[in-house]
Design a protein around this ligand. Structure first.
Ligand code: M6R
Length: 609
């Protein structure tokens, strides 16, 4: 979703803003813009389209030159993507950029129209700029008073970067719900929606909390609450390396992130294993606590929800506790049956997904204990849950999630092992065996990555397809959901995932020679049954791509292509089998020439519902 960058210091502000915005491109956007003080006058440049469109425009019309300013990438909500609706927006003395949604903007707009204000865009953001300027005039040019007064009126979620024409050496920033950080450098300071935007300038930052206002100048940053009281902020240091947010020779971030999976798994699980057994104590999870839960709800969106579905199969199989998996946007509005003895697990890469955050808050309100499995440090979900397991995937830049999914399921396994042991559903020996197997998965994943040519060949077969089916049983079905989503989101080819045994209850009527089927058959107990289902689609003309163990040689009436996986325990096969599915989606998108890392209409962090 929208990205914000702000700068005040000694560097060329336009360069810093454009560079920062380019690091936020992954969040998804359809227009961009900057406002920079040039000779103490605010100069605005904005354009629909990609950052390159903005740069081309500035090359033609002149680039603002100065040392303070704000920048924005916009993902349209109120008003179509256009130059006119792009941020920054202004009102008199005020120019600002905004991430989030102002829910009561209509009422505020009517008020401002009644005061003779004229609007130039369809956005909720311009309403904030005009309102802020209205109070600024009313408060005789006092920015802080005007900001506090405006915040009292706004409903919704927002992070704002603001400049006042009368204060050319300052940038103001504030947040409610939508994330914003303040970077601290040598004689310079920054604001950004996330750390990747400023990582190359500084690793020192403040995490702005709800209803906090930061005033940035070259020499210092001051943070206030809504009563204008100064707040002492804790300086945090990002532990990410600059290269974490670079492509490092890979053609796309997605490919780089797929290759980072072995390391990401190792970094995530190693600190949580002691003497061969899972140990989640540092995350606030003890065997005693685990024994209290009668039921588990896993709530998340998209890929994170698919990771939760793998978690359900594993937890129920090993720990024998009922698990519901819910889509967060459904959970939050369907009056879910959650009790005080239940555990609600929220899984989120960004930790800022609006629906998942709302689901977490609802679960807490209903008295359940909550556990967050989150990748982004210090994010809202991470901070609000009772217990927290960070996944250590590092920044995930590609919109299509790969390494985050991998570590989410790795954590699901660790959690399931510990829970099963705590409940005496498995003994210590079995828990050790499973934990050791999990520890070996990074090597197995690396092995698969070394033999990925077949996925390129398969992808070249898929590019002409209009629609595809992914099928599997048990854990393979859970995995097929993720395979299908990956293909859809980046290649724009329609696909569905289906439980293989359910096909003949309707969906098999879709099968023709034009509907390729990707069949996943890694579960030995279900293998023969899955093969029978594959024969059913093959007999109806479908081209079949089979993902199974290497040592199985399919006959011609079963599969056209096979991707072979190393032999491993059934339970852990999803960690291996997901890799070819990610690669098939990736290469199909590459063959089709789509924008792999920034697929159309999508945003990395969905901070609006
Ligand atoms: O940041 P989150 O994990 O909460 O995001 C949830 C989904 O929006 C996300 O997984 C989405 O489905 C991915 N783009 C899929 O690749």
């Amino acid at each position: 979703m929208c990205g914000i960058v702000g700068y005040v210091g000694w560097r060329d502000a336009t360069d810093v803003l454009i560079d920062g915005l380019s690091k936020l491109e992954y969040r998804g956007y359809d227009s961009s813009g900057i406002a920079v003080f040039e000779n103490e006058v605010i100069k605005v440049a904005k354009s629909k389209g990609r950052l390159t469109d903005l740069q081309n425009k500035m090359n033609q019309e002149g680039k603002p030159i100065g040392h303070a300013g704000i920048g924005h990438t916009r993902w349209a909500t109120h008003g179509e993507p256009s130059d006119r609706n792009s941020h920054p927006h202004g009102g008199g003395n005020v120019t600002l950029v905004h991430n989030g949604i102002i829910e009561n903007y209509k009422r505020l707009k009517e008020f401002l129209l009644s005061k003779g204000r004229v609007f130039e865009s369809d956005t909720d953001t311009e309403v904030v700029a005009q309102l802020l300027d209205y109070y600024y005039q009313e408060n005789h040019g006092n920015p802080m008073d005007a900001i506090i007064r405006t915040m009292q009126e706004l409903e919704g979620s927002y992070a704002l970067g603001i400049v006042f024409a009368d204060f050319p050496d300052k940038v103001y920033a504030l947040r409610k719900e939508s994330p914003l950080i303040v970077g601290i450098g040598e004689n310079e300071s920054f604001i950004a929606s996330d750390m990747t935007a400023i990582l190359q300038y500084t690793k020192n930052y403040y995490l702005l909390e709800h209803d906090e206002i930061a005033v940035l100048s070259k020499k210092q940053v001051k943070v206030y609450d809504l009563h204008y009281q100064k707040i002492q902020k804790e300086l945090k240091i990002a532990d990410w390396d600059v290269s974490a947010a670079e492509k490092c020779g890979y053609e796309h971030y997605m490919l780089k992130e797929i290759h980072e999976q072995p390391t990401a798994v190792k970094t995530t699980i190693t600190p949580r294993i002691t003497d061969g057994l899972p140990n989640l104590e540092e995350c606030g999870i003890t065997p005693e606590k685990l024994m209290e839960f009668h039921k588990i709800h896993i709530v998340a969106c998209g890929t994170a929800m698919h990771a939760g579905t793998v978690g359900k199969y594993v937890i129920e199989k090993l720990a024998r506790i009922p698990v519901n998996v819910d889509i967060a946007s459904e959970f939050r509005y369907r009056e879910p049956l959650v009790s005080q003895n239940d555990l609600v697990i929220i899984i989120s890469q960004s930790g800022e997904t609006a629906d998942s955050l709302a689901a977490l808050r609802l679960a807490k309100k209903l008295g359940a204990k909550t556990l967050a499995i989150v990748n982004a440090k210090g994010s809202s979900i991470a901070r609000e849950a009772d217990m927290l397991i960070y996944t250590h995937a590092g920044p995930e830049i590609a919109v299509a999630s790969t390494k985050a999914y991998m570590v989410q399921i790795a954590v699901m396994y660790l959690f399931a092992f510990e829970l099963a042991l705590a409940n005496h559903a498995i003994d210590e020996q079995e828990c050790r065996r499973l934990t050791a197997l999990l520890q070996e998965t990074p090597e197995k994943i690396a092995e698969i990555l070394e033999h990925k040519e077949m996925t390129q060949l398969i992808a070249s077969e898929l590019i002409t397809a209009d629609s595809l089916l992914y099928i599997g049983r048990g854990l393979d079905y859970a995995l097929s959901m993720e395979g299908s989503l990956k293909l859809k989101e980046i290649s724009y080819i329609h696909s569905e995932s289906y439980a293989a045994g359910e096909l003949k209850h309707g969906t098999i009527s879709l099968i023709t020679e034009n509907m390729p089927v990707i069949a996943i058959a890694t579960q030995q107990k279900l293998f023969d049954k899955t093969i029978s289902n594959i024969k059913e689609v093959k007999a109806r003309g479908a081209k079949v791509i089979l993902v199974c163990r290497e040592d199985y040689t399919p006959e011609q009436d079963i599969a056209d292509y096979k991707f072979g996986l190393p032999d491993y325990d059934d339970l852990l096969m999803p960690m291996l089998a997901v890799v070819p599915l990610q690669l098939i989606a990736y290469y199909t998108a590459v063959h089709k020439g789509t924008d792999v890392d920034k697929p159309r209409n999508l945003a990395k962090s969905v901070t609006v519902e």
